[in-house]
Ligand binder design. Structure first.
Ligand SMILES: C[S@@+](CC[C@H](N)C(=O)[O-])C[C@H]1O[C@@H](n2cnc3c(N)ncnc32)[C@H](O)[C@@H]1O
Length: 489
């Protein structure tokens, strides 16, 4: 089959109105033919190193051992394309190093919005991620904040809140609270609260055809108009929730002007005296290839050989009139703070099991027998909205002590703890497959912190020569694979 026939078969599947609209907005230095050719090439897999768990230098050394060929993503110091020896995302997702949270599989252009949020040495303390699942950008934000300060990560879809939580937990993120609302509520519920807000908006997904050729099956001009109306309401709400002086990044993985430039223009027109665009022209050395006259990044797939993306950065220069206070009741906050003495006791007991955290950044709370650890900077918003989860579930209290929870072990275990027991690749593979393991040598304590490459996999009981698997059932991966097996054969 000739190239031409292939291209026309491909374009036959795309709505004519989409092709026409894209042709109309294609910048003069780019061509529609290159756009269509790029959309048909498989997407280069890429990952972002999770610096909450491993430094980029150490990760590169590890990946070198796996013979992964990594090419830096120019706009994200932790991002890399994987050029060789990895066939697909599924196998990468089952690699031990992924299950242990060392990296996040994230499309390269999707790393741009968070880079834009932290540009010009922006160091926010309180951040909102309005549309957060599955969590690629929440985990990227948490890593750049070094797990300090606080993030509210919101997601409208209930099933996606679960995936968001799983990713946050796998990556050892501890400074985040999750909410489950329509993002349009925050402007009224939490006015002028955040130093920085990311609105990675729901969109028509025109930029992701490369990964998912069916992405356009629900596309229509009407649906674009409807989504753009929602996006305007979401950006309005986000703008109200932003502190004066704060930064708002608006992003989509779509290409049309209605959902991108026009939503931004609506914000600029509506709050003309209170908002400024901050140009992204110098976000990274090659940014000029995608920058628009307004200073936004409009990434067509052929420009950086990536998915399509749009990113805009705004500064709120002045307050705007507040929205009416919401009439709904939030309900009673179900947690109570632990006393100083109780906290001190728990901190001591946790330390003996190898769990340590910066005490000035977190406070301990309880709900019945459960002990939770909450980022202290989020306390002022408790009671103002209902949370699905806050921080990390630390322990369950029993008459004779505490049962430390898996997510706390992943987030707070210290590498040099006395009860640490390092296992090899083969045992780690069995661990993630959910079975008990039988190491050749004996763990140092009855309750040991099982680690692989120094990363905590769980706190487990030794019973004779066996270590009882403590991985929560929902984290078991039958396909868990040792990294060396990620080859092309
Ligand atoms: C582009 S995706 C977000 C991707 C995410 N930021 C990441 O990087 O992993 C948009 C998300 O918005 C959610 N969503 C849809 N409508 C929403 C609304 N009204 N308010 C908040 N989130 C919404 C969708 O369920 C979807 O998970």
């Amino acid at each position: 089959m000739s190239k031409l026939t292939t291209a026309s078969t491909f374009t036959d599947k795309l709505p004519a109105a989409f092709l026409e609209a894209t042709r109309a907005i294609m910048p003069a230095d780019l061509s529609m033919d290159d756009f269509i050719a790029a959309c048909q090439r498989p997407l280069r897999p890429s990952l972002r190193v999770n610096t909450l768990k491993i430094s980029v230098t150490d990760f590169l050394e590890l990946a070198g051992g796996y013979q992964w060929e990594l090419e830096p993503v120019p706009w994200c110091a932790e991002g890399f394309w994987i050029n060789r020896n990895v066939q697909d995302d599924t196998r990468l997702g089952n690699a031990l190093s992924h299950l242990a949270g060392l990296f996040y599989i994230q499309e390269a252009s999707s790393m741009l919005p968070v880079t834009a949020l932290f540009a010009n040495d922006t160091q926010p303390v309180l951040v909102m991620d309005v549309a957060a699942a599955p969590g690629s950008k929440t985990t990227q934000i948490a890593a750049l904040m070094k797990n300090q300060g606080g993030i509210i990560a919101n997601e409208y879809s209930a099933s996606r809140v679960k995936v968001l939580h799983a990713n946050i937990s796998r990556c050892g993120v501890s400074n985040t609270a999750l909410t489950h609302f329509d993002g349009r509520v925050f402007g009224a519920a939490l006015p002028e609260t955040f130093d920085a807000i990311l609105l990675d908006a729901p969109c028509s997904g025109e930029g992701v055809i490369r990964k998912d050729p069916d992405a356009m099956s629900n596309w229509s001009e009407n649906s674009v108009t409807e989504i753009a109306a929602t996006q305007r309401e979401l950006i309005d709400s986000a703008f109200h929730a932003l502190k004066p002086g704060g930064v708002l990044v608006y992003s989509t993985c779509t290409l049309n002007a209605q959902e991108n430039q026009q939503v931004c223009q609506w914000l600029l027109d509506t709050y003309a005296d209170a908002v400024e665009v901050e140009s992204l022209a110098e976000l990274f050395p090659d940014a000029d290839k995608a920058v628009t006259p307004q200073g936004y990044l409009h990434v067509f797939p052929q420009v950086y050989d990536s998915e399509g993306f749009f990113v805009a950065r705004f500064r709120k220069t002045d307050p705007v009139p507040r929205l009416p206070v919401p009439g709904y009741k939030v309900g009673r906050f179900p947690f109570s703070p632990l006393s100083r003495q109780d906290s001190a006791e728990i901190i001591k007991a946790a330390g003996l099991s190898g769990l340590v955290w910066p005490e000035n950044q977190y406070t301990l709370w309880q709900r019945d027998k459960e002990i939770w650890i909450f980022p202290a900077v989020l306390e002022p918003v408790f009671g103002k909205v209902r949370f699905s989860r806050i921080g990390v579930r630390l322990a369950e209290r029993f008459p004779k002590g505490f049962r430390w929870q898996h997510e706390a072990v992943v987030a707070f275990s210290v590498a040099d703890s006395k009860n640490r027991f390092e296992i090899n690749d083969e045992l780690a593979q069995s661990w993630f497959r959910g079975v008990d393991i039988y190491p050749d040598d004996t763990p140092p304590a009855d309750e040991c912190l099982v680690t692989w490459l120094g990363q905590p996999l769980g706190l487990a009981k030794r019973i004779g020569s066996r270590i009882k698997n403590s991985l929560p059932r929902e984290l078991v991966r039958d396909g868990a694979i040792r990294p060396q097996t990620l080859s092309n054969d």
